[in-house]
Design a protein around this ligand. Structure first.
Ligand code: EPZ
Length: 432
């Protein structure tokens, strides 16, 4: 997607209808990485068409995997075939890891497949330092030795991988995943305590177990992995993207809806649905759909982002838009990333009344927002700015939309289909 493109959204049109939710970005990238631990062809379904998947395909091809899209075989566009019999390298280049932090998820699988790995150190990003200390220390407990030099993480396992008992300092999603993938073929049993419990962790464990792994307790803070001798390739349908679903429910909330999201497990949206209800939503929930409607004015609420089942940090920016239009004051506390309030400054340019005090954002609702040129600081902030534009007076031009394309398939098309006045245009075409 051309980053010189801009999303222009003009507020005032209520949106309503049903939107299909795709597979979860924060699961599929790890499933793709995990596929390298088996020889043979893995088939993944419900794969979203997003640029992060394109980057992970490049990472896999760099190490010798053959990746084919479904349509190359007369299958659907959301299917991926990954052939990993003849991998040629355990090294991933800096330019790919720099594009996408999630490439670090290839570390555990490469160590399991080759007994070693050489992965470029990912940088920080707009929302925080994105440390790796828990990844490193927990893999060392399995017998991995690390040498960090010249911006690369060199991992070796001179005595092989040996199961261990590990307590994570924080319920890190990435560290839990890398640890699970590095221990599936380790000698003996690995116990992960204080593990992350996100639905994407459960999806990865189900995928690994379908490859022949023996993992228990995924989705709870205590995950047990019994090492097996080898894994085999498999077929798997990616879990629905709860963050995409929550984003569209908030889009319905700002204009009133009704908006239905289908293709997601509502249980994965627990606290977000509770908060939507507190803010004035009427919700109808079935086993794979949620319908949202709001017939009264938005009410304020307080939000604390926490590891799952706490409120997801990836919906914080979207809910800040809701809070900025509620009648009253809300306090939003960001506990997961140290710098995920960059977005507030952009929202304030549209007239929101937000005061940042450390990890707290004090949001006083205003009667309306006004359209403005704004910049996406990360993919969730970009999606949230578009949502703000749905109700702002006049046009809003959202820049740096390559961030949005990283994690949302056809975001503009889906909003357009719900009735929004929105389009992607070339930046130079704007007279603003
Ligand atoms: C995953 O990031 C998601 N990304 C993030 O989604 C999500 O916000 C995050 O989990 C929390 O749910 C993917 O799955 C690709 P963490 P991850 O390890 O694994 C610190 C989005 O918008 N930390 O749980 O990086 C870290 O810096 C993205 O889709 C260390 O300090 O999250 C962060 O402050 C954004 N040392 C906090 O912990 C470590 O070794 C949570 O990180 C590991 C993490």
């Amino acid at each position: 997607m051309d980053s010189r493109e801009v999303i222009v959204v003009t507020g005032g049109k209520p949106i309503s209808g049903t939107v299909h939710i795709g597979g979860a970005k924060n699961s599929v990238l790890k499933l793709m990485a995990a596929s390298v631990m088996a020889q043979g062809e893995t088939r993944l379904d419900n794969v979203p068409l997003i640029s992060d998947v394109d980057v992970m395909c490049e990472v896999l091809e760099t190490i010798g995997a053959k990746v084919e899209r479904g349509e190359q075989r007369g299958e659907g566009r959301h299917t991926l075939f990954i052939e990993t019999s003849d991998l040629t390298s355990y090294r991933t280049p800096y330019e790919l890891v720099a594009k996408m932090r999630a490439s670090i998820s290839i570390l555990g699988p490469l160590i399991t497949r080759f007994g070693r790995a050489c992965v470029a150190m990912p940088g920080g990003c707009q929302i925080g330092s994105r440390g790796l200390d828990m990844h490193i220390s927990s893999l060392e407990a399995l017998g991995v030795q690390f040498d960090m030099s010249h911006g690369y993480i060199n991992a070796t396992t001179p005595n092989g991988l040996i199961g261990a008992e590990i307590i994570l300092d924080f319920q890190s999603v990435g560290a839990t995943e890398n640890l699970m993938m590095a221990s599936v073929c380790a000698k003996g049993t690995t116990a992960i305590h204080n593990a992350a419990c996100e639905p994407e962790i459960v999806d990865l464990a189900e995928f690994l177990n379908s490859m022949g792994a023996q993992i228990e307790g995924a989705g709870t803070p205590n995950v047990i992995i019994h090492g097996v001798s080898e894994l085999h390739s498999t077929t798997h349908k990616t879990v629905g993207d709860r963050i995409e679903a929550g984003t569209f429910l908030v889009a319905g909330a700002v204009t009133g809806g009704p908006v239905t999201v289908e293709g997601v497990n509502p249980d994965h949206l627990g606290l977000a649905l509770k908060k939507l209800h507190e803010m004035g939503a009427d919700l109808v929930i079935t086993d794979n759909m949620v319908t949202f409607e709001r017939t009264e004015e938005l009410r304020p609420t307080d939000i604390q982002t926490l590891p799952h089942p706490g409120f997801p940090t990836d919906l914080q920016a979207q809910f800040m838009v809701l809070a900025s239009l509620a009648r009253g004051g809300s306090i939003i506390t960001e506990n997961v990333f140290e710098n995920r309030f960059m977005f507030a400054a952009e929202l304030a340019r549209m007239g929101a009344d937000i005061r940042i005090d450390g990890h707290h954002a004090l949001v006083n609702g205003v009667s309306h927002l006004s359209g403005a040129p704004v910049n996406s600081t990360d993919l969730r902030a970009g999606a949230a700015l578009v949502i703000a534009g749905l109700v702002a007076d006049g046009p809003t031009c959202v820049y740096s939309i390559h961030h949005i394309d990283r994690g949302y398939e056809d975001y503009v098309g889906k909003l357009c289909a719900l009735g929004a006045d929105i389009e992607r245009v070339q930046a130079q075409a704007l007279s603003l």
